[in-house]
Structure formats: structure tokens, C-alpha cells
Design a protein around this ligand. Sequence first.
Ligand SMILES: *[C@@H]1O[C@H](CO)[C@@H](O)[C@H](O)[C@H]1NC(C)=O
Ligand SMILES: *[C@@H]1O[C@H](CO)[C@@H](O)[C@H](O)[C@H]1NC(C)=O
Ligand SMILES: *[C@@H]1O[C@H](CO)[C@@H](O)[C@H](O)[C@H]1NC(C)=O
Ligand SMILES: *[C@@H]1O[C@H](CO)[C@@H](O)[C@H](O)[C@H]1NC(C)=O
Length: 471
Amino acid sequence: MAMAQRKPFSRPPFCALLISLLFLYAPMRAVSGSRHGSGEGSGHGDTAFRLRTYIVHVQQPVDVAAFSGPEEREAWYRSFLPLDLAAEGGGIGEPRWVHSYHEVLSGFAARLTEEEVAAMKKKEGFLHAYPDVVLPLATTHTPEFLGLHVGSGLWAGGGQGKGIIVGMIDSGYTSGYPSFNDEGMPPPPSRWKGSCPNPIYCNKKVIGARTFIAGDDTPTDEIGHGTHTASTVAGSFVRDANLLGNANGTASGVAPRAHLAIYKVCKKGCDTSNVVAAMDAAVADGVDVLSISIGGWSTPFFSDGIAIAAFGATKKGVFVSCSAGNDGPGKETVVNDAPWILTVGASTIDRSIVSAVKLGDGSKYEGESAFQPSNFTHDLLPLVFPGNQSFFCPTDFMEGADVKGKVVVCDIGGLTPTVTKGANVLQAGGAAMILVNGELEGNTTEAVVHVLPASHVTFADGSKIKAYIKL
Ligand SMILES: *[C@@H]1O[C@H](CO)[C@@H](O)[C@H](O)[C@H]1NC(C)=O
Ligand SMILES: *[C@@H]1O[C@H](CO)[C@@H](O)[C@H](O)[C@H]1NC(C)=O
Ligand SMILES: *[C@@H]1O[C@H](CO)[C@@H](O)[C@H](O)[C@H]1NC(C)=O
Ligand SMILES: *[C@@H]1O[C@H](CO)[C@@H](O)[C@H](O)[C@H]1NC(C)=O
């Protein structure tokens, strides 16, 4: 017999709190060109099926005048394309052309076949070409944990990022969120040259908001990641911020007085060609800092679009900060590892939203959950572990499972996401869930918005709970 009992979260002493969430995305090694692989370029037989987006680096022309304006630049870039393409409909055609780059590198992105790229390599001025890749998103930070307090240290006087413009290269943002209120913000610095095609997306906090995804017409965040990173970097102070009543306090970004410029480049994944285009635009717009929580795996710098564009940005005085990734504890999981980038590692913080588990023998384990309904019983409930070695509480397990009114132990992992495990338990009539880490996850627990009373416990605690069940 056992009881999963709610223990209220004890409020930390300081006012500057940030609800910091970790978003984990499985790397997707897809090639962006393949998504466009059908139905176009009919004049070229199966060409359309072999098109990939390539990022192409070229030298600047010897004749500098030929590089003076956007049109001259584009003419130079297009001169690297095969002649028969130039003949096609009087030019390469928009579906083939993706972006021109100028600020952070000289070159362009276009949809090409391998043969076309091979031919291009023979032309004078060609430097390097590599296929575009779709990168996954990453994150995290928290001001209080970093020792940032209003009126002292880095946040004293003119601190808090006042007068700084941070370019966020991410999935856009959700306008209207309290973190993006512009109370007390001055107008953008005069050096700001960026734009806000639709003014409803901007104010004095968010001074620019554009999308770089073809066919997309708003900077609206469709997955939440960009909203999270933008508010983490420079969100305004928001009082009484809480997660289902937990962790109540004043939320803010690390630089709450900085301006934000939003460059949307990701939906589910992020095409490197779009990331580089956004970095190019941000440098031209006059950002001081580029913040990029995107990256999949470490690649040689000569074919790492973010590293190359960051080098160009750095040469122009822009500080580039990138996520190191959310992976580990295996070796070689750090990404964005070029030495001219500030590579920021994800970490844990000294706060947990505790949801305690108390067993029938009186032993108690402190797990985590953000969903803690106040009406959950404090009575002891039966405890079950349906598996022998491990059990992932998959969607189909419930048929015939006797869990009604019981606390069900589920292992983290398998193919079932954690919140879904809880939903499966709830649907089968279970009263609560204890989510147990594997050896790999160890002590890393997360306060997630579950759909039933739950507690995410460490590997060591989970092993003890399982041993108790088997007694
Ligand atoms: C959060 O804290 C504020 C100030 O202490 C209080 O007024 C508010 O009711 C609290 N909100 C929740 C959900 O606990
Ligand atoms: C607790 O309250 C919620 C919402 O009012 C309700 O749906 C749920 O059934 C209640 N649970 C118990 C155990 O009473
Ligand atoms: C325990 O799990 C293993 C592998 O998952 C399975 O082969 C075995 O039949 C299970 N044993 C019992 C008693 O359920
Ligand atoms: C996990 O937590 C336990 C108990 O607090 C501690 O003894 C152990 O060193 C921790 N392990 C790691 C890898 O931090």
C-alpha cells in the first residue's frame, strides 16, 4: 500500500523568478530539399526529385562596383548557376532561388542538383557548397539562479540590457504575452534599421518581427520555443507568474530592459539556409547580440552554416550566443562549438516543484510535477508496477490492466512521451502515476504539466519504490 501525497512548493525568497523549461527535440537529419521533391521543374524530367537546397559560398568579385547593390550582388551570385537554368523561363525561377547572403558571408542558397553544383565548382570565384540541413531546436536560463537581482550587480543602474538589441533566431514569438509588454521601455536606438512588416507584432520591447520561411506570412510562434527563448533572454518583468499555481513570483528575462528583434526560421525544424538568411538580415538591421538556440550535431566548420555566419557577424561586432544543446550524458554532444561563438550549456537549477511520494512503510521520496490538484487524496492507495524489468505505460497496455484507483509506476522512455503515459494511466482508471527515471536520466527530474496526480522520481528513488512493491 502506498500514497502519493502532494507537498506544496515552498516559495524561494527572491522576487526575480523565471519559469525555466527544457524543450527537447529529437534531431532530425532531414535534408530540406527533399521536402520539395515533387511536382516542380517539369521541364527537367526527374530533376525536381533530385533538387536539394545548397548553401553556396563565393568570393566577392574583383570589380567591387559589381557588388555595390543588392541587384548587382544577385547578378553575380546567379552567374554561378548553369546556363540552361538561366534560359529556363528567363532565369532560375523563384522556386529554385532561396536566399542571397551579404552581411555575414558572400553567397546564396538555391535548389540545385548534384550535377549543377559540380559544374558550379569549376567557375572562378566559387568557394564551397554544402547541402542545407534541417536543424532541431534547443534551450534554458534563470536570472535568480544566476545571482541577478534588481538594483545590484549586473542588474544595477543601467544594467538589465538597457539599450541593447537582441536578435532572436528561432520559431518566432507569441505577441501579446505579458513578457513582451513594453512598459518603461524607451524607443529603439537610432541605429536600428530593421523592420516590422506588420506593426501589430511590434512595440518598444519587440522592435522587429519577420519570418524567413517561404510561404509563411507572420512571425507567430507555432511551437512555443521562440516565445520561451525570447522571454528567457529579454522578457519584461511579469508579476504573479506561475505554472498552475506553482512557482508563483515575478518572471523576467535575463536582460529585461533589452529590445528584441524576432527572426522566425523554425516551425518543426529550422532550415540552415533560412537561419543564415536571418543572421544576415539581423546584422544588417543593427542587432548587438544574436541568440540562437538551434543546433543538431557538431560538423566541420566549413560546412556549418551557423558557425560561418557567426564568424561573419562577429567580424562586424555582433556578439553571437548559441545553445550547446540539451543532450548528454554521452560524449561529443556539444553543438555550436566554434570558438568565436559563446556556447551556452544547458543545466539544471536549484528549484524543484516537489510532488512527494510516501510509501506504506513511511519512506518518502521527493519527485516533481507541475500538476498538483489540491483535492487529491492523502489516503494510502494501492501501488502497482505492471512490468518486471521496465514498463513504459504505452498507449495499448491498458486493455485488461488492473489499475483502477491505483498508483501506477511507469518508466520514463520507450516510445511513449511522459504526459501520454499519464493520460494512458488516467484512461484506464488509474489514480496517479509515479514516473521513474532510467539509469541514464539519473537524478534529472522535470516538473511537467501532467494530466493526473504524478511524481517524477530519480533512478535511485524509483529503484527503491520498485523494490518496495516486490516485497
Ligand atoms: C502569487 O503571489 C501574489 C503576491 O504574493 C499573490 O497576490 C497571488 O495571489 C499569488 N498567486 C497564486 C496563483 O498563488
Ligand atoms: C478534483 O477536482 C477536479 C476538478 O474539479 C475533478 O475533475 C476531479 O475529479 C477531482 N478529483 C478528485 C479525486 O476528487
Ligand atoms: C519480464 O520481461 C521480459 C522482457 O521484457 C519478458 O521476456 C518476460 O517474459 C517477463 N517476465 C514476466 C514474469 O513477466
Ligand atoms: C543523485 O542524487 C543522489 C542523492 O542525492 C546523490 O548521492 C548522487 O550523487 C546523485 N548523482 C548524480 C550523478 O548527481
